[in-house]
Write a protein that binds this ligand. Structure first.
Ligand code: PLP
Ligand code: TYF
Length: 394
């Protein structure tokens, strides 16, 4: 049987991690995989998470199964974190999932069950895993224009024009904040226009929010998701706790299905639990429990928010420093977009030859599409990157 299997394409981002490890140069710089790193290159366990873990170790009395949706209180807290009071909880079906990726996967499964003819519209570019999961599930996708490599911003006109092709029952996948891989985001006026257009077309928004708190702050980063969820009759939300709680390997995420129509909630909730059962039964609990503890305790939550804020403002400072260095060295404003982008990533918008030159000549590792992880920098390496960018002729 196994002779029928073919070799599958490697994940390019994960392959880059290995190439970086194998590079013997001491002054190499890793701007590859999307993991937050502090100035020393460490990915810390957040203080509040460490405290919650200690408390949990003392207090936890059983590791018996939770429920198919995970601990319902985790879903409540995540719905509050992401949605605020934009939508009553009675309209939000919610389940814990193995990471944000698990939520994305379960959302696609729900879409396929609800409408086997649905196409999923994805930004060009998007997170490569969106495409690879859709392909694996044989769900057709349509790319919509998103990034304008001339300006480093969003090609909003192109995006709206492409989304006008969405039909009733199609799904439009949007990044809630901190777009991966470009770092370019819509403003609130543009989000409102997208929500209006989807409503006009009868298309359903699916929001992937994996970086809440990494852009403009916890509340501001959730504002577009809240606007869409309040404004559109149905919305899917895949939320990840990997980055903003720093619990990558615990695999913690939440899928929400919002329906404003009376009477839809029960079946949606049952469907999400059913899909968990088909795919893995009970979702992982450890990370979800830590998140629940942090969000539900005033002292832990205050400390978490403060540390997250330091992470966010640290990345903003690096962005500004890099944009300033590049303005000085290039004598132009053409890199100003780096300070406008939000989240961990920025796409330079250059070809693979330049990315390769940065790697070969300078030991600077970024993803082949010229995406760089800003958190891979520190005050000392920013000037080195700026020098290298100019040196390879970007
Ligand atoms: N969606 C996007 C756009 C991401 O960048 C990530 C990042 O890792 C995820 C979802 C999900 O991450 P995880 O499955 O680690 O929670
Ligand atoms: O885009 C990134 O770098 C992060 C981490 O298969 C990641 O989202 C990368 C590849 C992958 C899973 C997560």
């Amino acid at each position: 049987m196994f002779e029928h299997l073919k070799e599958q394409p490697a994940d390019k981002i994960l392959a880059l991690m290995q190439a970086y490890k194998d590079d013997p140069r001491e002054d190499k710089i890793d701007l590859g995989v999307g993991v937050y790193k502090d100035a020393t290159g460490n990915t810390p366990i957040m203080r509040a998470i460490k405290t919650a873990e200690k408390q949990l170790w003392e207090a936890e009395e059983t590791k018996a199964y939770t429920g198919l949706a995970g601990d319902p209180k985790f879903g409540d807290r995540m719905a509050e974190l992401v949605l605020g009071d934009a939508v009553p909880l009675s309209k939000v079906a919610r389940v814990a999932t193995p990471g944000g990726t698990g939520a994305v996967r379960q959302a696609f499964d729900m879409i396929r069950m609800a409408n086997p003819d649905a196409r999923v519209f994805v930004s060009d570019p998007t997170w490569p895993n969106h495409l690879s999961i859709l392909k694996h599930m044989e769900i057709p996708h349509v790319a919509y224009r998103y990034f304008d490599s001339e300006t480093g911003g969003v090609d909003f006109e192109g995006m709206m024009s492409d989304l006008a092709d969405a039909k009733r029952g199609d799904v439009v996948l949007l990044h809630g904040c901190c777009h991966n891989p470009t770092g370019a985001n819509l403003n609130m006026e543009e989000w409102k226009a997208v929500a209006d257009l989807l409503n006009k077309q009868g298309a359903i928004p699916m929001i992937d929010i994996a970086y809440q708190g990494f852009g403009d702050g916890l509340e501001d980063d959730a504002a577009p998701t809240r606007l869409v969820a309040a404004h559109c009759p149905e919305t899917l939300i895949a939320a990840s706790c990997s980055k903003n709680f720093g619990i990558y390997r615990e695999r913690t995420g939440c899928l929400m299905a919002i329906a404003h129509e009376e009477g839809r909630h029960k079946v949606n909730q049952g469907t999400l639990a059913y899909l968990n059962r088909q795919n893995f039964s009970f979702p992982p609990d450890h990370g979800a429990r830590l998140v629940l503890m942090v969000l539900g305790d005033d002292a832990l939550r205050t400390d978490w928010e403060a540390e997250l804020e330091d992470v966010r403002t640290g990345m903003l400072r690096l962005r500004q420093q890099l944009a300033d260095e590049l303005r000085e060295r290039s004598g132009s404003d053409r890199f100003g977009f780096l300070a406008q982008h939000r989240g961990m990533f920025s796409r330079l918008g250059v070809g693979p030859d330049k990315v390769e030159a940065l790697r070969e000549k300078h030991g600077i590792y970024m993803v082949g599409d010229s995406r760089m992880n800003i958190a891979g920098l520190n005050e000392e390496t920013v000037p080195k990157l700026a020098r290298a960018i100019i040196d390879v002729g970007i």
